[in-house]
Write a protein that binds this ligand. Structure first.
Ligand SMILES: Nc1ncnc2c1ncn2[C@@H]1O[C@H](COP(=O)(O)OP(=O)(O)OP(=O)(O)O)[C@@H](O)[C@H]1O
Ligand SMILES: [Mg+2]
Length: 340
């Protein structure tokens, strides 16, 4: 029952990313603050010979949450058992996972915000007191048994931190919020990955891929793979900025790295709502995505890159967003004090 849960997830997870995934803090580029804090916690726990405190990692997809979890396992010298929120259907599934752990082991629950409430409630005592009270039988025979658990570390990952309930959130001792990577960090990641993929790349080539990667290592690695194909067939297996540009242009990858949904959001604000201000709910209906996802997955990047602004009245398109939509920004967008 419990084995398949973690196995299927591991297999899926292992497939694509593994080769390029850094396995130690040393190889993990960027996220300086998060890295430093986690390193300190690991060192302190190791000195005391104690398991690591529970960790919650949040941030948009592809920034390194899963990677950091395995790095933590490696740094603590413990096993990582991985599963995902929606896969744990019943309290018994959770019990099976938890009782299979050894002291100090990490249980990694990906997409922890999608765990069922009934299961989540069992986690509270497991995280706090390392016990699990499970009901067995039904009706007149119903009784609860208490399972003692080893002292384990729960690492939860979520792209939607806003959806984590307060009781669950409060049981994590260490909170790590990952943010988009800057161009230089992504350039280093591309260079490292190119080395592992055995393709030669120069600084400008790596910078070109980095620039179009939406601040996200997973995208950077994916683009690198595509550019590598191009370089292999047409450019003697060397990636320069010219080759990277040609390959990415051929693949219709936006020069600023925006994806389909990013562009739809921008087009909606500019064209349908005349540049805003427009409420999150109206944007969500218009692009057919949940408001929470827009707010936590897409918007942070668009705001960081200066395409949209959050104001009290709603979201507003900036002049570069108008330009991207192929329109000239009205006076009010260029000089916000006139309009908003
Ligand atoms: N700091 C980093 N340095 C080098 N490579 C990285 C870094 N962070 C992530 N990567 C690369 O990006 C890939 C995606 O990272 P990861 O799977 O950890 O993201 P995630 O945050 O768990 O995403 P999701 O929310 O979709 O599960 C990894 O396989 C790894 O190769
Ligand atoms: Mg992940």
């Amino acid at each position: 029952m419990t084995q398949p849960i973690s196995e299927t997830f591991n297999q899926r997870n292992a497939s694509l990313d593994n080769k390029l995934r850094p396995s130690s803090f040393r190889d993990f580029i960027g996220q300086e603050k998060v890295r430093e804090r986690l390193l300190l916690c690991v060192e302190a726990a190791r000195q005391r010979n104690e398991p690591l405190d529970h960790v919650i990692m949040s941030g948009p997809p592809g920034l390194g949450k899963t990677t950091l979890c395995y790095i933590l396992g490696d740094a603590m010298g413990v096993q990582v058992k991985a599963t995902s929120g929606p896969v744990i259907e019943k309290p018994a599934d959770l019990a099976g996972l938890l009782t299979s752990l050894n002291r100090g082991d990490i249980l990694f629950i990906d997409e922890i915000h999608r765990m069922q409430r009934t299961v989540e409630e069992y986690l509270y005592s497991a995280m706090e007191d390392f016990v699990l009270d499970i009901m067995i039988d039904q009706g007149a025979n119903a009784r609860s048994i208490r399972l003692e658990l080893p002292r384990f570390t729960l690492v939860g990952a979520t792209t939607r931190s806003g959806l984590i309930s307060a009781p669950l959130r409060s049981r994590f001792g260490i909170t790590s919020r990952l943010d988009y990577y800057n161009a230089e960090e992504l350039r280093q990641i591309v260079t490292r990955s190119a080395g592992l993929l055995e393709v030669s790349i120069d600084n400008d080539g790596a910078a070109e891929i980095a620039r179009r990667s939406r601040g996200t290592p997973r995208i950077a690695n994916n683009l690198l793979r595509r550019v590598r194909d191009y370089a292999q067939v047409r450019a003697g297996n060397h990636i320069s900025s010219d080759i990277a540009d040609k390959a990415l242009t051929m693949l219709d990858i936006d020069a600023g790295g925006l994806d389909e949904m990013d562009k739809r959001i921008i087009n909606t604000i500019v064209c349908k709502f005349n540049g805003g201000p427009v409420g999150l709910g109206s944007i969500a209906v218009s692009v057919g995505e949940e408001p929470d996802t827009i707010e936590e997955v897409y918007e942070p990047y668009l705001i960081q890159e200066g395409y949209i602004k959050r104001t009290q009245k709603g979201r507003v398109a900036t002049p570069i967003a108008w330009k991207l939509a192929g329109l000239e920004a009205p006076e009010a967008a260029i000089q916000p004090e006139l309009g908003f």
